[in-house]
Design a binder for this molecule. Structure first.
Ligand code: NAP
Length: 513
């Protein structure tokens, strides 16, 4: 019998320990065991039924403004435990403080933002969608579209890289909509998600069963979904493919939102000027190193005019060279670990794949680790690759989920924009330049293949929110390879948790809606 603590799951308003041996979560820097998770033996069908039959109605008995109050209270509770969350992130994700903040404080900020947005919806219990329109000559009979909260539950299957933000960016709009939540965090970093849910549940803020957490295997979760439930998945394209083929989606029409991998770009416009080149170099280096490049939005491909290839390579490499890598507990370290040994190996494999067509411009292996044993720690310095030939498919198809990016040159701007689109749909592209007309033109050109276009000019150098930072006010998600999903974007996020229907009736009936 293992002496490592087994974290309880919360389902059906109660705490349950898994009945199996479970999986042990590890410190990716020290290699030491931390806690165990296990979902063996949970009665998922009963737990899900409880959420639909008890928690959902209790949530929906409240107005949007009342539920927004609950979100604000949850944010306060989480705020009071912040130090615990930082300690868990250091131990389980191997992140330095600034990188833990992206996840922890990013999650709290998103939750608080929805608490404020929810107040603007007031004491309503459903939402109107547009104006009523007459259906014939006589204006008495009209159609009014409304949005009603769904009566099912929201299942979140999340990725390892954002155990906090990944929970709250989904749970905030779901709970605000009146929809109970079951979250299944990625096993490798499930601890932080589990602890946050535990703190909020123990504070007794939401109705029993409104917030559940199942840690460990995903087995049976999709089988337990019924037609009015929704599924929000974040993770790899491979797992997304398995999920899309599951009967819950393919046969029972469970609504799904899929956020998958994405080979995001940064594009320096022609005639952008020195300042814009510096801004690009700074942002690329930051994106490669924040959370060791384990951000779905991180810059993977960097496109510059052919004549600026060398200068860009030098500018980015000079910044990367200053990155200190190793144990996040050491104050001098700027970049911590990859999340696990398997992730470390996946990054090495991805690097090898890219190197079949690209050369090393800055070698991460040259960064000596600080306070960390290279034989144990899953730490890796940032590597910039480059190829004078931007043509090979592997350079546009390969997402290396770590501190790696590839510099590529382009000829005409039209060619550069086409190269960006070879990512087959991405979460975000950033564009660097000076002239407003040129920046606007590029943004419009890339908009249909990206969930977000982040435009950086010298006048917003100190103001912009960062290529990879997902702000709750803006859309997160992308077409094609990025999964085709849409999250956040302010109150737009509530659409996923509501059902649109048209009420056709006499105007006095519609007037009361
Ligand atoms: P992953 O291996 O696909 O796992 C994602 C989640 O799916 C985990 O909770 C995992 O559970 C679960 N899972 C695995 N197999 C499953 C199955 N057959 N049925 C149902 N669930 C299953 O992805 P990851 O390695 O955690 O995350 C890295 C990937 O996520 C990267 O490709 C990254 O680009 C992407 N990502 C995208 C976004 C975005 O917003 N677009 C954000 C973050 C990350 P276990 O952990 O227990 O296996």
């Amino acid at each position: 019998m293992s002496t490592i603590e087994l974290l309880p799951n919360h389902l059906g308003g109660q705490w349950h320990h898994g009945q199996g041996a479970g999986s042990t979560l590890l410190d990716p820097v020290l290699g030491t065991p931390l806690v165990r998770v296990d979902a063996t033996g949970l009665d998922l069908a009963a737990g899900f039924a409880h959420a639909r039959q008890h928690a959902g109605p209790a949530l929906r008995a409240l107005s949007y403004a009342q539920r927004a109050d609950l979100l604000a209270r949850a944010a306060q509770v989480l705020q009071s435990h912040r130090d615990d969350y930082y300690a868990i992130a250091t131990a389980n994700s191997g992140t330095v403080k600034n990188d833990s903040a992206v996840d922890i404080d990013g999650g709290l900020f998103t939750l608080s933002t929805y608490a404020k947005l929810g107040q603007s919806l007031g004491e309503r219990h459903h939402l109107l969608d547009g104006e009523s329109v007459r259906l014939g000559k006589d204006p008495l009979f009209q159609s009014q579209h409304i949005l009603s909260p769904i009566r099912g539950l929201a299942l979140f299957i999340n990725a390892f890289n954002f155990p906090s933000w990944g929970l709250w960016e989904k749970a905030a709009p779901a709970l605000l909509s009146g929809v109970p939540v079951v979250v299944k965090p990625a096993t490798a970093t499930a601890w932080l998600t589990q602890r946050m849910v535990q703190d909020v549940v123990n504070a007794g803020i939401f109705p029993p069963g409104a917030l559940s957490v199942v840690c460990g295997s995903s087995a049976g979760l999709l089988d337990a979904l019924t037609p009015f439930d929704v599924l929000s998945f974040t993770g790899s394209a491979d797992t997304a493919g398995v999920i899309r083929r599951h009967a819950a989606l393919a046969e029972r029409s469970v609504r799904s939102n899929i956020e998958a991998d994405s080979v995001n770009s940064a594009l320096l416009l022609p005639d952008a000027g020195d300042e814009a080149l510096d801004l690009l170099a700074k942002e690329v280096a930051r994106e490669m190193t924040v959370k060791s490049g384990q951000k779905c939005t991180a810059i993977r491909r960097v496109f510059v005019p052919d004549a600026l290839y060398e200068r860009a390579a030098q500018a980015i490499s000079a910044r990367l060279a200053k990155t200190t890598v190793g144990n996040p507990r050491n104050e001098s370290v700027r970049m911590g670990a990859l999340v696990s040994r398997s992730q470390f190996e996946a990054v090495q494999a991805g690097l090898a794949q890219l190197q079949t067509q690209a050369q090393v411009l800055h070698d991460g292996a040259q960064h000596a680790l600080i306070d960390a044993d290279p034989a144990v720690a899953c730490c890796l310095g940032p590597t910039l690759l480059g190829s004078r030939d931007a043509g090979p498919a592997v350079l546009h198809d390969t997402e290396v989920f770590g501190p790696v990016a590839t510099l590529l040159p382009y000829g005409t701007l039209a060619q550069g924009l086409d190269l960006v689109r070879r990512g087959q749909g991405s979460l975000v592209a950033s564009v660097y330049g000076q002239a407003a007309d040129a920046l606007r033109h590029a943004a419009l050109d890339l908009a249909d293949s990206h969930g977000r276009v982040h435009v950086i000019s010298p006048d917003v150098a100190a103001l912009h929110t960062g290529h990879g930072n997902v702000m709750p006010q803006s859309l997160h998600g992308g077409p094609g390879r990025a999964g085709g999903g849409e999250e956040l974007g302010g109150l737009r996020a509530l659409g996923f948790y509501h059902r649109r229907s048209a009420i056709q009736a006499a105007t006095p009936v519609l007037a009361g809606l």
